[in-house]
Design a protein around this ligand. Sequence first.
Ligand SMILES: *Cc1c(COP(=O)(O)O)cnc(C)c1O
Length: 374
Amino acid sequence: MKIPLSASDITETEIAAVVETLRSERLSLGPKLLEFERAFAEYTGAKHAVATNSGTSALHLAVRALDLKAGDEVITTPFSFVASANAILYESATPVFVDVDADTLNIDASRIEAAITRKTRAIIAVHVFGRAAPMREIVEIAEKYDLKIIEDAAEATGARIENKTVGTFGDAGIFAFYPNKQITTGEGGMLVTDNEQIAARASRMRNQGRDQTQDWFEHTELGFNYRLSEINCALGIEQLKRIEPILAMRESVARKYNQRLRGNANLILPEIEAANQHISWFVYVVRLSENFTRAQRDSIVKQMNEHEIGCGRYFAPIHLQPFYREKFGYITGDFPVAEFQAERAIALPFFNRITAAQIETVCETFERLIEAVR
Ligand SMILES: *Cc1c(COP(=O)(O)O)cnc(C)c1O
């Protein structure tokens, strides 16, 4: 791929920190883990942070720590990465999807109350593409109906509503550090919470159900191996130190794309500024205007990739994934806003160090291909 969809950005300092850890005595459950957790808690303003080996495992721990189980319904969005609803299925609880807002692509808070039943226990709010979900409204609804809140902030490290970091509005929030996210540990995730019991349970379940004070072969409860190695943590600590310049670079890339593509009547561009919030740019996704079909979108994506420009269809709605259709009987048309937006969405190459010349190549090819399919 000449211009990839995403690319990680690792400095020599970060490489040196990883090498130094490799030469140390501890490769797991050591000082780097504690340092990474402390730094992340401080960055988000949460009281506790528990590092895990993926965002998905952090989300699973959040679901378990809140005791969501078979018979419980959990409200969430169909317009997300499949992991955000899968974590509900891991504990045999039932995801209940609520359609999204066509502009923000986040869950439409005005539709949530209609989806609440006697079985509803929680809401998993996802901050899609690094844009904050309507947390003030969600918190209000959760208080009214006594529901728990988990925030899936896997795409939103550094996003804020007013001055409060996403991930800290509910009972627990999770972040992810896969290589395409704002900061990376290779693989990795983090659970944050102000609740000491949730933090203690998550940290115990991450480590095979062991209490920190226990010996290695004493297991208080069913646990998992969701530990993040010292090597990953060493990288995470250094990446987190650069979070502000990284977010600034990403926002600047989004601005350049918008400047270049503005005025193209075939495209709906993402907003750079959102009222009362700070967006943390995860991907740059444009939508084709309403007169384009899904087949035309797919053809453009395919041709972009043939031109060695990484392009993606962000997202394929979760309820239409084959195993969700099969398990719950979802069909096309169940969540029309999410489906309509998903059919016309295209993610363009987006990474910290994409050059102006690369952006120009992407946009020039993209505009040409759009004209050709019309
Ligand atoms: C990336 C992502 C996850 C999962 O993170 P992993 O580290 O890949 O397990 C969960 N939810 C959303 C919305 C994501 O984008």
